[in-house]
Write a protein that binds this ligand. Structure first.
Ligand SMILES: *[C@@H]1O[C@H](CO)[C@@H](O)[C@H](O)[C@H]1NC(C)=O
Ligand SMILES: *[C@@H]1O[C@H](CO)[C@@H](O)[C@H](O)[C@H]1NC(C)=O
Ligand SMILES: *[C@@H]1O[C@H](CO)[C@@H](O)[C@H](O)[C@H]1NC(C)=O
Ligand SMILES: *[C@@H]1O[C@H](CO)[C@@H](O)[C@H](O)[C@H]1NC(C)=O
Ligand SMILES: *[C@@H]1O[C@H](CO)[C@@H](O)[C@H](O)[C@H]1NC(C)=O
Ligand SMILES: *[C@@H]1O[C@H](CO)[C@@H](O)[C@H](O)[C@H]1NC(C)=O
Ligand SMILES: *[C@@H]1O[C@H](CO)[C@@H](O)[C@H](O)[C@H]1NC(C)=O
Ligand SMILES: *[C@@H]1O[C@H](CO)[C@@H](O)[C@H](O)[C@H]1NC(C)=O
Ligand SMILES: *[C@@H]1O[C@H](CO)[C@@H](O)[C@H](O)[C@H]1NC(C)=O
Ligand SMILES: *[C@@H]1O[C@H](CO)[C@@H](O)[C@H](O)[C@H]1NC(C)=O
Ligand SMILES: *[C@@H]1O[C@H](CO)[C@@H](O)[C@H](O)[C@H]1NC(C)=O
Length: 586
């Protein structure tokens, strides 16, 4: 695939981008829930592509493209049809699903190698680790990604490497309480046949959980990059090299080659890196990092994708520019030379009055918790143009014990929180008729880490006739604000309501309700919104994923089937905090 064949337009360069020697860049480069980045450069297009992990989220494994390493457009998702990997639908547990992917190109084919982890099964159980390969020849055609090809490996973080003999190998992290270390085998990526035993080639430098390995061939060496220390404060990047693929691998005396551990930086947990070169031959590294400050307490967006420049001279070890900071200086940034194809949003963009107009599709950056039951989400159904119709699932967002979903799914669709400060609001038209029916908005990390506020038909406190209430509920591993209900004011019944969620500051959010302004604004000024609840971001600062904001519809275990109509969906970013001390917003 070449750019010109796709009819790329050449565009006039806006002022700042046209400048010849831009070297400053800001982290994270891909904000919000985008952990375990893996990136490549495609020279013919002078374009970079990055993948990240998605756990239980569907569609899974987004691919972003960039020419300047700064603006990243969503190309599509590797895992975009439930049939490619049916077992994602039965994944249980907040930390299950798609773990770290590796994106590579070899002989004109793109490979995405990853693991579907059933994290509630014992590490000793081989069925916990479902290692898989997807491939395509055209990254820009989402439907061209293959179904998953499965291969046997009792571990995770697989990464392919092609040796001089043309054979393909996979290096991965062996389940760390079974046979810890980095293991390698010859694997046929087309069939999934493992053609040799798995061999333990490196154990890292002694840190916890050596993982995220990638092998690079350079100057007659095999360089083996890995992450150690666990994916929180002690995370780090280490490297070793050998003249032979199977080792022995010698450690770089400068290890760890990149870490923010034991620092006071706002960016913490830096690790799980990947390396690539730009069109000028300069080296760059990406890694995951958490914007938490050394307190490591409030980090709702979880693990995001960060960039740094790397010096890698002939025969020498790579030297990363560290520690990772919000504003950095690196090599001259590549320039935007052509418009990227596709119409996916950029990672830093908000949603401005999304209309769900007739004939349109659900936006490509909208995500579900496990593959959706498609008929529960209908754009502009008959009689309700410019709305998204939600049909309730029996389960609410908490779902079943053990973070299990169920065959009926959980009606929920959202987008990533991608800004430190933002506001999110939707209009909801919902007239529940069956007790228990509830439709609302949520700040969601997982089934047992989220806050939600809905419009619900509930028995009032003195157990009289069910009435319309705003119902707030939160759940976390730490104490949460109490559940509460607030009667919907009389004049608001049978009206379209606006529900909103906004950041009050860098640590707290509020959930609010109001009557919607009629389209065209003729309904007069709405009253002051009612603040229903205030929520600390700490309750969703946990685990491997990051915050999603969105809408849900549930019968709360009852028989309700009343649909709701969502319209005028807004998400506006107000600022990124990229630094501890001066709160730099950009
Ligand atoms: C998830 O839990 C459900 C209910 O216990 C079970 O039926 C299903 O097999 C589990 N899924 C996996 C992948 O273990
Ligand atoms: C490279 O791809 C071409 C076209 O798909 C194929 O014919 C050829 O065998 C491949 N070469 C190798 C070394 O795999
Ligand atoms: C995209 O891929 C699908 C599946 O391989 C194919 O049917 C379709 O023709 C492709 N579309 C384009 C525009 O190449
Ligand atoms: C890794 O550690 C195990 C257990 O200590 C040891 O048996 C093995 O030889 C080590 N592997 C390498 C490549 O050093
Ligand atoms: C951080 O400090 C602890 C305690 O001194 C030490 O054990 C650890 O190795 C340090 N981590 C890194 C990555 O330097
Ligand atoms: C790197 O160094 C080796 C040996 O010193 C030399 O053979 C090779 O040509 C050099 N490669 C480059 C790209 O300069
Ligand atoms: C990163 O880039 C800067 C140029 O702005 C350069 O001075 C520095 O040496 C580079 N560091 C590494 C480790 O590549
Ligand atoms: C009890 O129900 C009545 C009738 O719906 C209502 O007016 C009253 O406010 C309720 N009392 C409480 C304490 O909720
Ligand atoms: C809402 O509308 C329905 C049907 O139009 C009506 O039966 C009901 O009384 C109305 N409720 C309120 C509180 O106005
Ligand atoms: C953020 O707002 C909350 C709720 O108003 C307040 O309790 C908290 O102290 C504020 N935090 C900061 C850092 O200003
Ligand atoms: C829904 O959520 C509540 C918490 O508000 C929980 O207690 C209940 O079991 C859930 N019901 C169903 C059917 O999922």
């Amino acid at each position: 695939m070449y750019f010109l064949q796709l009819g790329f337009a050449f565009v006039a360069l806006p002022g700042p981008v046209a400048s010849q020697f831009l070297t400053a860049f800001y982290n994270p480069i891909i904000p919000g829930f985008h952990p375990d980045p893996s990136c490549i450069h495609v020279p013919e297009e002078d374009t970079f592509y990055c993948a990240s992990s998605t756990f239980n989220v569907f569609p899974g494994i987004p691919i972003y493209a960039s020419q300047d390493l700064t603006s990243w457009r969503l190309v599509g998702h590797v895992l975009n049809r439930a049939s490619q990997l049916p077992d994602l639908a039965i994944s249980n547990g907040s930390t299950s699903g798609i773990w770290a992917p590796t994106l590579r190109r070899h002989n004109g084919t793109f490979y995405l190698v990853t693991t579907l982890v059933h994290d509630k099964r014992p590490e000793q159980d081989p069925s916990r680790w479902d290692n898989i390969v997807f491939e395509t020849k055209d990254l820009w055609n989402e439907s061209s990604w293959s179904d998953a090809v499965h291969f046997k490996f009792q571990g995770y973080d697989p990464s392919p490497v092609w040796d001089k003999d043309g054979e393909s190998y996979v290096v991965g992290a062996h389940a760390y309480r079974v046979e810890p270390g980095i293991h390698l085998a010859k694997v046929d990526l087309k069939t999934g046949e493992v053609k040799s035993d798995w061999t333990n080639v490196w154990n890292g430098t002694g840190g916890l959980a050596p993982e995220g390995p990638h092998i690079y061939q350079k100057d007659g060496y095999y360089y083996l990059l890995a992450a150690e220390g666990g994916t929180s404060e002690d995370h780090m990047v280490t490297i070793a090299r050998s003249k032979n693929l199977y080792g022995p691998y010698d450690n770089d005396p400068s290890n760890p080659v990149l870490t923010n551990a034991n620092s006071t930086n706002y960016f913490q947990a830096v690790g799980h890196a990947d390396l690539f070169q730009d069109g000028r031959g300069n080296w760059w590294g990406v890694a995951l990092s958490v914007r938490s400050g050394p307190e490591y307490k409030t980090f709702p967006m979880g693990r995001e994708t960060v960039l740094t420049n790397v010096t890698w001279s002939n025969g020498s070890w790579p030297v990363f520019n560290g520690p990772i900071k919000g504003a950095m200086r690196g090599w001259q940034l590549p320039r935007i030379i052509q418009d990227l194809p596709g119409d996916g949003p950029f990672a830093h963009e908000g949603d401005e009055d999304l209309e769900f107009s007739p004939g349109s599709k659900i936006p490509p950056h909208f995500i579900y918790w496990r593959p959706p039951i498609k008929e529960n989400y209908v754009v502009s159904p008959k009689g309700h143009p410019n709305t998204l119709q939600l049909k309730p699932s029996k389960l609410n967002l908490t779902g079943l014990d053990g973070n299990t979903g169920g065959p009926g799914g959980q009606t929920f669709v959202g987008r990533r929180q991608s800004d430190t400060l933002f506001d999110y609001n939707v209009d909801i038209d919902f007239q529940p008729t069956v007790p228990g029916e509830e439709v609302g908005i949520t700040l969601f990390l997982s089934q047992n880490h989220h806050a939600r506020m809905g419009i619900a038909l509930l028995p009032s406190t003195n157990n009289t006739k069910p009435s319309l209430q705003f119902s707030f509920h939160a759940i976390s591993y730490i104490p949460v604000p109490s559940s509460l209900t607030v009667p919907v004011p009389d004049g608001w019944h049978n009206r379209t309501l606006t529900l909103s969620l906004e950041t009050l500051n860098t640590t707290h959010y509020s959930f609010n309700a109001n009557i919607a302004v009629a389209p065209g604004g003729n309904g007069g000024k709405p009253p002051k919104p009612i603040r229903i609840a205030t929520v600390p971001g700490e309750i969703i600062s946990w685990g491997f994923t990051g915050a999603i904001v969105g809408v849900y519809a549930t019968a709360n275990g009852g028989d309700g089937t009343t649909p709701a109509y969502v319209s005028r969906w807004n998400y506006r970013g107000w600022g990124q905090v990229r630094d501890n001390w001066d709160g730099l917003l950009a």
